[in-house]
Design a protein around this ligand. Structure first.
Ligand SMILES: [Zn+2]
Length: 262
């Protein structure tokens, strides 16, 4: 022992005592640190809802709020609200409900704008350029499905009920329209239960399943009130997303949805 600590015997004893205290302190600290770093019990195994389990995972869906900007569309008979505003409000609900089901959503517009540019050639109408740009967006996004959101109107105010249109001869579009018509009747319980119909609309020219959804009549007093309410708009969003999910299940996936030529 002697020799490695300097000083007298008493000093050496004191130094030894100090060292023991320091050593014990260090050991205690290391122990505490070990305890803190000790692995905890593994978390219970939970069947997490993985993205792959959602019905629209892997699907890219173009949601098109009809009209916008210079083009107001139809006008609600009692409130005077332009169709373009209601279309956008409903389309936002559709977007959220689709994303909740795993879809990637591309919106043709997220504010009150039209899709016209400054480079419009002479002779082409604003409406034509606007519509062409919506179709182009669907192709560029490589959308697997197109949902164009509109509100209907008719001079006779008794007409009511949502109605979905597809392109004649497009089997995918017809199936999608049928699914949407069914879920909208199921979720919204409209007085008038309409059937999906073939329709000749510009946005329906794509090869991928495309539909134009007339959510209801803003010329009908009761339906106008419903279509302007946030609660009904949210229900519409759920109904439409559920119809899209039903189509995804029935069609057996995205196979064959890769051809984007007209
Ligand atoms: Zn419209």
């Amino acid at each position: 022992m002697a020799g490695w600590l300097p000083g007298s015997k008493g000093e050496r004893k004191l130094a030894m005592a100090v060292m023991v205290v320091l050593l014990l302190g260090t050991l205690a600290a290391v122990g505490a640190a070990r305890q803190a770093a000790a692995p905890k019990a593994p978390p219970p195994l939970v069947e997490a809802e993985t993205p792959a389990a959602l019905p629209l995972t892997g699907w890219t869906i173009l949601v098109d709020p009809g009209h916008g900007g210079y083009d107001g569309g139809a006008r609600a008979r009692d409130s005077g609200t332009w169709e373009k505003h209601i279309n956008l409000a409903v389309a936002r609900q559709v977007q959220q409900a689709l994303m909740a089901r795993g879809a990637a959503v591309v919106m043709t517009r997220s504010e009150d704008i039209d899709l016209c540019t400054d480079e419009r050639p002479a002779g082409k109408t604003m409406k034509r350029e606007d519509m062409e740009n919506r179709v182009r967006m669907a192709r560029e996004a490589r959308a697997d499905m197109v949902l164009s959101i509109h509100m209907n109107e008719y001079r006779r105010r008794s007409q009511s009920g949502p109605q979905v249109f597809y392109r004649e001869g497009c089997d995918g579009g017809r199936l999608l329209a049928g699914c949407l018509q069914e879920t909208m009747i199921d979720y919204l319980q409209p007085r008038k239960k309409r059937s999906a119909l073939a329709g000749d609309y510009f946005i329906l020219q794509l090869e991928v399943p495309s539909v134009l959804i007339e959510c209801g009549f803003i010329s009908n007093p009761e339906e106008e009130k419903l279509l302007l309410s946030a609660d009904y708009q949210a229900r519409l969003g759920e109904a439409i997303a559920e119809g899209a999910a039903m189509y995804a299940t029935l069609s057996g996936g995205r196979a064959g949805a890769a051809d984007h030529s007209p």
